[in-house]
Design a protein around this ligand. Structure first.
Ligand SMILES: Nc1ncnc2c1ncn2[C@@H]1O[C@H](COP(=O)(O)OP(=O)(O)OP(=O)(O)O)[C@@H](O)[C@H]1O
Ligand SMILES: [Mg+2]
Length: 310
C-alpha cells in the first residue's frame, strides 16, 4: 500500500461562531498531485494552515508525513514546503539572494547550499535571472521564485496555495509543467486553485464549498459519479440564447443549463434526451441551432455538487 502523506480526519476550524472548515476528511498518498478546488472563502487556505501546524483545529485531527499536526508541528516543518497565497519575496534582493536567505533559514550550508540553489534555479528555469532583483522580474517569474524558495530545502511534500493566481494562461501552463516534473521526481503536491481548467491537471481533486469537502476523486471519476447524465453544447443564434436557456430550464430531464460564451451548455439525466429532443424542446428558438454531445467539465461537476440540498 502506498505511504500516506496526509491524513485529515474530521478536520474542523471555527472562528467564533463561523465554521471555516467543516468536518473535512481525506488522504493524500505519497507521490500524488491532489488539487483542492473551491471558490473564495471556501476554506482552502484554512485547511492548509492547519495541515502545516500554523493553525490549531477546533475539532478533528491530521497527520502529515506521519506526524500529528497538533503535537508535532516542529517535525513536520522541515519536511514540507509551503508556497503561501500571499508569498513574500525580498524585493530589493536578487533572485539568488532571496534563495540564499531562505536556504540559510533551513540551515543549508557551504557547497550543499550553493548546489541546492543552483538545482532549484535550474528546476524552475530562473538561472538567467539569478542576478536580477526580485522587484524587477515579471509576476510569472516571481511565482516561480516563490516555488523555488518553497523547494530549497528539498521537501517531500509541497503545499501550494493558489500558486498561479494572477498569472497569464501560458505562465500557468508552465507552472503546471513544473508541478508535473516535481511529482515525477517523487514530491507529493497538495495544491489549491479556483481555476477549473487547471484542476483537470490534478491526479485527484477535492471540491470545497462553504468549508465542506463535497467530493474527492480523479477528475474523470468526479464527472462520472457526480453528473446525472451526458453534457451537451447548443450553438444558437445569439438573439435566441436567453429564451432558449429559459426553455431548457423548464424542460424535464434537463438537470442544469448555462451560458458558456456564445453557446449553451446543458447536462441532462441519463437516457432522457437526444440532440433531436433537445432541439424540439427549444421550439422556435432552436431555428438553425446545432446540438452536440459535449465533454462534461469540472464546472459542471461543481455546479451539480453545490446545487444539492445539504
Ligand atoms: N483568522 C480568521 N478569522 C476569522 N475568519 C477567518 C479567518 N481566516 C479565515 N477566515 C474566514 O474563513 C473563511 C475561509 O477562509 P479561507 O481563507 O480558508 O478561504 P479560501 O478558500 O482560502 O479563500 P480564497 O480563495 O479567497 O483564498 C472565509 O470566510 C474567511 O473570511
Ligand atoms: Mg485562500
Amino acid at each position: 500500500m502506498a505511504e500516506i502523506a496526509v491524513r485529515a480526519e474530521h478536520l474542523t476550524k471555527k472562528f467564533g461562531d463561523f465554521t471555516a472548515v467543516d468536518d473535512v476528511s481525506f488522504e493524500v498518498r505519497a507521490g500524488e498531485v491532489v488539487g483542492y478546488l473551491g471558490p473564495n472563502g471556501s476554506g482552502k487556505t484554512t485547511t492548509m494552515r492547519m495541515l502545516l501546524g500554523l493553525l490549531s483545529p477546533t475539532h478533528g485531527s491530521a497527520q502529515v508525513l506521519g506526524y500529528d499536526i497538533r503535537h508535532q508541528p516542529a517535525q513536520i516543518r522541515p519536511l514540507v514546503g509551503y508556497m503561501s497565497q500571499k508569498f513574500a519575496l525580498y524585493d530589493e534582493l536578487t533572485v539568488f539572494e532571496n534563495l540564499d536567505f531562505y536556504a540559510g533559514i533551513y540551515d543549508l550550508r557551504g557547497s550543499r547550499r550553493r548546489l541546492r540553489i543552483d538545482e532549484v534555479l535550474h528546476l524552475v528555469g530562473l538561472e538567467e535571472h539569478r542576478k536580477e532583483r526580485a522587484e524587477d522580474i515579471s509576476t510569472g517569474w516571481r511565482q516561480r521564485l516563490a516555488l523555488a524558495i518553497a523547494l530549497v530545502h528539498d521537501p517531500r511534500l509541497l503545499f501550494l496555495d493558489e500558486p498561479t493566481s494572477g498569472v497569464d494562461p501560458s505562465a500557468r501552463r508552465v507552472f503546471w509543467d513544473l508541478i508535473d516534473r516535481l511529482a515525477g521526481g517523487g514530491t507529493t503536491v497538495f495544491v489549491s486553485t479556483h481555476y477549473m481548467d487547471e484542476a483537470e491537471y490534478c491526479g485527484r481533486l477535492g471540491i470545497m464549498n462553504l468549508g465542506r469537502l463535497l467530493a474527492i476523486d480523479t477528475p474523470l471519476a468526479l464527472k462520472t459519479a457526480c453528473l446525472p447524465g451526458p453534457a451537451w453544447d447548443l450553438v444558437l443564434d445569439p438573439a435566441a440564447l436567453i429564451p432558449a436557456l429559459q426553455a431548457l430550464e423548464a424542460t424535464p430531464g434537463v438537470s442544469q443549463v448555462g451560458l458558456r460564451g456564445d453557446h449553451l451548455h446543458a447536462i441532462t439525466r441519463a437516457g432522457v434526451h437526444s440532440a433531436a429532443s433537445l432541439l424540439a424542446a427549444l421550439g422556435p428558438h432552436g431555428q438553425g441551432a446545432a446540438v452536440e454531445q459535449a465533454e462534461p467539465t469540472l464546472e459542471d461537476v461543481f455546479i451539480a455538487l453545490t446545487r444539492r440540498p445539504a
